[in-house]
Design a protein around this ligand. Sequence first.
Ligand SMILES: *Cc1c(COP(=O)(O)O)cnc(C)c1O
Length: 397
Amino acid sequence: MSDEIFRKPFTQQEPLPEAAIARAVEVMRHGRLHRYNTLPGEHGEVADLEVEFADFTGARFALAVASGGYALACALRAIELKHGEKVLTNAFTLAPVPGAIASVGGVPVLVEVTEDLVIDLDDLEAKADQARVLMLSHMRGHICDMDRLMAIAGRHGLTVIEDCAHTMGAAWKGTPSGRHGLIGCYSTQTYKHMNSGEGGLIVSDDPMVMARAILLSGSYMLYPRHRAAPANGYFEHLKYDTPNVSGRMDNLRAAILRPQLADLPAQIARWNALYRRMEAGLADLERLQLVARPEGESFVGSSFQFRLPGFSAAMVVDFITRCLARGVELKWFGAREPMGFTSRHESWRYVPEADLPRAGAVLDTLVDMRLPLSFDPEDISLISRIIRAELLKTPVI
Ligand SMILES: *Cc1c(COP(=O)(O)O)cnc(C)c1O
């Protein structure tokens, strides 16, 4: 019997919904793309998206911006991070997170990761007194014990900013991801849960923080046009002292996001069905360790991770190469040289070097794959059969 081959790309998203295309065409026909370019009585797509996203997360305030990375940096500026100040963050995250910290002159202090791919709360507790800010990255959609994390933050006076690039629509014990800390940041970049090419969102209940974020984002003196914003009085004092760091979202992107936000709960159900199918397909493999999903976590299974404990680097590379030859594109977080979208903390040389033995060990055997909604359940079954077969071919040393 010849080997089965998978033939779909792992990076192909679904087309945008027709409602998004229609709304985008409408915006292009009238030409008012800048968020503040509105007719009398018209809110504009961005302002309406902000109201809808605040509603979706249960936040008092929301702001749409140019990217997820911009959202993170804007959040740090909005809490007035000082040049040279330390910011605790996950050692296992994507480059835009330490990048956002560095972009505002902050110094990332990396915190260890557990085998379940979440921040190591013991290490966080040990390092908590070094900083007043934690930029918590829910990397690959894994949410740590948020009750314990917020208790640690409370004890040590840490301000928590959540990076929810992979947890838009997820929750911990019913509270949406992004709503535990002071500020939640999201990305609407193509590979996240809603697709506007580039884009970001910020939510908070804190009126001072949000007034600052809105001024920072480049609102000039047009903040009264925002609809998910604090009362005008909050801007009065801040407006003279808050620099404009333009990073607005435009009406075209907001127009294609609004219908996607309405569809998000249904999309999440589809993602999770694929995820659970993959999990079932890879269960009971002695040498493959799945990532535990705690009961309190409602996740969005837009990507899938597993570990291969006991595999050497050469064995992992050989396994991934054989899978790729059969069309299954796996990513490895063990590679020392950053490639494509993967990277690890050693390759962020602007970050002070830290001793992170656990992160090293976990990432060395960590394999990752996307689960785009362009895959159907049969695709998942085929992918898992290929992974199983190639794993069983790996010699035991
Ligand atoms: C994508 C991503 C970001 C940043 O999003 P952009 O919109 O690409 O700037 C931040 N954190 C994580 C974990 C991400 O994957």
